[in-house]
Design a binder for this molecule. Structure first.
Ligand SMILES: [Zn+2]
Length: 289
């Protein structure tokens, strides 16, 4: 994969990502923010070597916040065109920005169409899964740390116990952690299923991007996953989607963790099996590329 930078336009595989940094930010800081977002864009290319959309924009502005987070807020805007909006805390330095997940999370939302309120768990789950996977692949996280962060996210999701169906929960109101991390567990499970069949989530999303992905307009979540089944040759995206959506508790991670050779120890830490096929599977997902 080759990322070309030409002024404020990044391109890879014939597709472009425009960078738009608020004009009130001075030149030195603009340069630093461009460096940061270019690295995040490169991480997003580690999914399948091209940007998901022909054309999208990342808009960066600064906000004054007393927040620990260097990027207190990000969102994807899907009006007539698609833009990822990132609000950076004024004064945040390059190293803390590099260590933050928000930019790669928001860029990962470009892999799926807008899925509406009922599909938020799918959308947030995909971005939460990939924010760790893609940063590991690009060297922003080491592999073990990426698994630990996924596991910590699953743990936060498991503590949500409202008993509501997953598709009744909504981020920002109640159940945010289960929305994000039960969603991530879905994509992890589907990735493992695909890998057993010699494919991968990257591969299926790449083909979805070529045939079907539009950055604007809404797609019903069941239609989206049914299309992924069509591309993958029927691997259970839709069946599992229905089970997850109706579930009132966090999905079981047992079979995913068994395949990956992951286990939680009694002190809450994560243990990694050195069984050959588990090591190979973990590496296939997180390996630097
Ligand atoms: Zn998100």
């Amino acid at each position: 994969m080759e990322l070309k930078a030409d002024g404020d336009t990044l391109s890879a595989g014939g597709r472009t990502l425009r960078i738009s940094i608020a004009p009130d930010i001075d030149a030195t800081r603009t340069q630093m923010l461009r460096e940061w977002i270019t690295e995040a864009a490169r991480a997003s290319l580690s999914a399948y070597g091209r940007f998901p959309l022909e054309d999208a924009t990342v808009r960066i502005s600064e906000v004054v916040r007393r927040s620990d987070s260097p990027v207190p807020w990000g969102q994807t805007s899907r009006g007539r065109s698609v833009a990822v909006l990132l609000y950076v805390r004024k004064g945040a330095g390059l190293e803390e920005l590099r260590a933050d997940w928000t930019a790669v999370h928001e860029l990962s939302h470009l892999f799926h169409p807008y899925l509406g309120d009922d599909g938020r768990w799918l959308a947030e789950g995909l971005a939460s899964y990939y924010q760790n996977v893609l940063r590991a692949r690009s060297g922003l996280l080491d592999e073990a740390e990426a698994w630990r962060r996924l596991d910590a996210g699953f743990g936060r999701g498991q503590r949500e116990d409202s008993g509501l169906r997953l598709d009744e929960l909504s981020p920002g109101r109640r159940g945010t952690m289960r929305v994000y991390w039960a969603g991530a567990a879905y994509w992890l499970e589907m990735d493992l299923t695909l890998r057993r069949a010699g494919s991968s989530l990257d591969d299926v999303l790449s083909r979805y991007s070529d045939c079907c992905l539009r950055g604007t307009g809404e797609v019903a979540p069941a239609d989206f996953v049914a299309r992924l089944d069509g591309i993958a040759g029927g691997t259970g995206f839709l069946d599992r989607f229905r089970e997850y959506a109706a579930s009132r508790e966090f999905p079981s991670l047992d079979s995913s963790y068994a395949a990956l050779g992951l286990a939680r120890s009694t002190d809450g830490g994560l243990q990694f099996s050195d069984r050959t096929n588990a090591v190979a599977l973990r590496r296939a997902i997180m390996r630097r590329r």
